[in-house]
Design a protein around this ligand. Structure first.
Ligand code: 5CA
Length: 445
C-alpha cells in the first residue's frame, strides 16, 4: 500500500477522552472512530489488525479440531425464555421489537442459539465430540463502556461451544480450549495467564479467565510470579491426546493465579513471599464448563452407547477479539506509539523515502516495495512529500515492527537502513539484503 493512496487519518493531538494508552494510540493512529458510547467504526488500519487477530484465532481453533459456522447477531427472545436467561440477563441485554411486535435481542452471547442448532440436528453420541464456534459481533449494554475497544458495548468475540457425551469428554474439551488459547495468545506476542475465576451469568463452576498483566487492567489479580515464565513455545500438541493436553493444563494452572472473585488468602500465603504478586490484568478470554445447564432446560439430548437418552454435556469458550487490540497495545508500546508484534502487525514493514521526487530514491523505494510484495509480504510505502521527521513520527505511531529507510546519502554507497521498531536499532545493508532479512523474519511467524 502506498500511503498517498491509503486512508490513515492520524491525529497530532492527544484526544482528551482517552484515559489509557491503547485507546489514545488507536485514535491517534486512525484505527477507530467512536460513533456512540462503546460503539466504533473500524478504520482501515484498525480493521487490518482486527482481521489478522481473527485469522490467528481461526487457525488455532481449526488446529484444535473445532468447526466454524456463523450465527446471526439478532436473536428471538423465545430461545432465551427457554433457558430462563431472558429475565435474568437484565439491562445489559439490548432488547428490540420487530414490526410484528416480536421480542428480539442483539446477542450478548450464544449458548441458547447453539443449543437450538444442536438439538435440531444431533441425536446420537456417534456424532460427538463436537465443538462449533463463530466470530461474531456481540452487544452488551455495559453501564460504563470505557477505554475504547477494551470495554465496548458492541464488540467482536470468538465464542465456541463443545458438546460431549459425558463429563470426562467435556473436561477434555475444556482442556483443549485452554491449550488452544495459550497458543493463540502466544502467536499474538502476548502472555495471557489462565486464572481461576467466577462464572457470572454463563453459569457452571469450572472456569478460567485469561489475563494479560497490565497496570490499566480492570481486574485485580493475585499470582505466583513464576507463572509469568511459563511458555508453550513451539512444542507439538496432539489435541486428541487427553493425557498430553491435561498435562499442559496442569503445568499452567498449578501455580497460584486467581482473580479477586476467587482469591484465597490462605492459599496465596503458601506462595514464597518474594514470588507473591498482586497486580492488574486485562481479561482477553474465558472458558467455562457448565455440564447440562442449557441442554436440560432446552431439551438437547443424545442417545448413548447403551441406548439411554441423556442431556448433552456442554461448555462455552470466548476470546475477546476486538478487546485484544487494546490488550496488545497496552502490553507493547513506548512513548512514540504502538509496537506491533510481528504476528498481528497491519503491515509487515514500512518504507520511508527521505527524498520524495528524487529519481534514485524513488526508484530504490519502488524496487523494495515490489520485492517485498513479490515475497508475499504487505509493505506500507510512505511516498508522501513530507519531511523525514514527520514520516518517522507516523511510522513510530502506527508501530510497524520493521522500517526500511531510503535516502540519497546511503544510496550513493548502495545502502539502505533497516530499523527495528522494538529496539530502535538500525543496520545499513543493501536493499536486497533488507528485503531478504524481512522475509526471513516473517517466515517463522
Ligand atoms: N459465552 C461465554 C464464552 S463464549 C462468554 O460470553 N464469555 S465472556 O463473557 O467471558 O466473554 C468472552 C470474552 O469477551 C471476555 O473474556 C472478554 O475478553 C470479551 N468481552 C466481554 N465483554 C466485553 C466488552 N464489553 N468489550 C470488549 N470485550 C468484551
Amino acid at each position: 500500500m502506498r500511503l498517498t493512496r491509503y486512508f490513515l487519518p492520524v491525529l497530532k493531538e492527544n484526544p482528551a477522552e482517552a484515559q489509557i494508552v491503547s485507546h489514545r494510540y488507536m485514535l491517534r493512529a486512525g484505527m477507530i472512530k467512536q460513533q456512540a458510547a462503546g460503539i466504533y467504526s473500524w478504520l482501515p488500519l484498525g480493521f487490518k489488525v482486527l482481521k489478522r487477530i481473527e485469522q490467528i484465532v481461526h487457525e488455532e481453533q481449526i488446529r484444535a479440531g473445532h468447526i466454524p459456522l456463523l450465527m446471526p447477531t439478532l436473536q428471538p427472545a423465545d430461545l432465551w425464555r427457554e433457558s430462563g436467561r431472558y429475565d435474568d440477563y437484565g439491562q445489559e441485554m439490548l432488547r428490540i421489537k420487530d414490526r410484528h411486535e416480536r421480542d428480539m435481542l442483539y446477542g450478548p452471547t450464544n449458548e441458547e442459539m447453539i443449543t437450538d442448532i444442536f438439538r435440531s440436528h444431533v441425536n446420537s453420541y456417534k456424532d460427538l465430540p463436537l465443538t462449533l464456534y463463530h466470530i461474531q459481533w456481540k452487544f452488551r449494554d455495559e453501564v460504563r463502556p470505557r477505554f475504547g475497544v477494551m470495554r465496548g458495548r458492541e464488540f467482536l468475540m470468538k465464542d465456541g461451544y463443545n458438546f460431549d457425551v459425558d463429563r470426562d469428554a467435556a473436561l477434555h474439551a475444556y482442556n483443549r480450549h485452554m491449550v488452544s488459547y495459550l497458543r493463540t495468545y502466544e502467536r499474538m506476542g502476548l502472555t495471557a495467564i489462565p486464572m481461576r475465576a467466577a462464572s457470572g451469568p454463563i453459569g457452571g463452576d469450572n472456569t478460567h479467565e485469561f489475563l494479560v498483566l497490565a497496570s490499566t487492567g480492570e481486574s485485580e489479580v493475585f499470582y505466583d510470579d513464576a507463572v509469568t515464565d511459563l511458555k508453550l513455545g513451539n512444542r507439538t500438541v496432539d489435541y486428541d491426546d487427553r493425557d498430553q493436553v491435561k498435562a499442559i493444563c496442569d503445568e499452567f494452572t498449578t501455580l497460584y493465579a486467581r482473580t479477586d472473585e476467587t482469591h484465597d488468602e490462605a492459599l496465596f500465603n503458601a506462595v514464597p513471599e518474594d514470588r507473591r504478586k498482586v497486580g492488574r490484568g486485562i481479561e482477553v478470554g474465558q472458558i467455562f464448563y457448565f455440564g447440562t445447564k442449557y441442554s436440560e432446560s432446552m431439551g438437547a439430548t443424545v442417545v448413548t452407547a447403551d441406548g439411554s437418552r441423556v442431556p448433552v454435556e456442554m461448555g462455552s469458550h470466548g476470546i475477546g477479539v476486538s478487546r485484544l487490540l487494546g490488550a496488545i497495545i497496552e502490553a507493547s508500546h513506548d512513548d512514540k506509539g504502538i509496537i506491533w508484534p510481528e504476528g498481528v502487525t497491519p503491515f509487515h514493514a514500512g518504507i520511508v523515502n527521505l527524498k520524495q521526487g528524487d529519481a534514485a530514491t524513488d526508484a530504490a523505494c519502488e524496487a523494495i516495495y515490489a520485492a517485498l510484495k513479490a515475497k508475499g509480504l504487505d509493505p506500507l510505502y510512505d511516498d508522501r512529500d513530507e519531511r523525514a521527521g514527520a514520516k518517522f513520527a507516523t511510522m513510530d505511531l502506527i508501530g510497524l515492527p520493521w522500517r526500511v529507510t531510503v535516502g540519497p546519502r546511503g544510496l550513493a554507497n548502495g545502502l539502505v537502513e533497516l530499523t527495528s521498531r522494538r529496539t530502535g536499532e538500525s543496520e545499513e545493508m543493501t536493499a536486497e539484503a533488507a528485503v531478504d532479512r524481512i522475509a526471513q523474519i516473517y517466515e517463522g511467524v
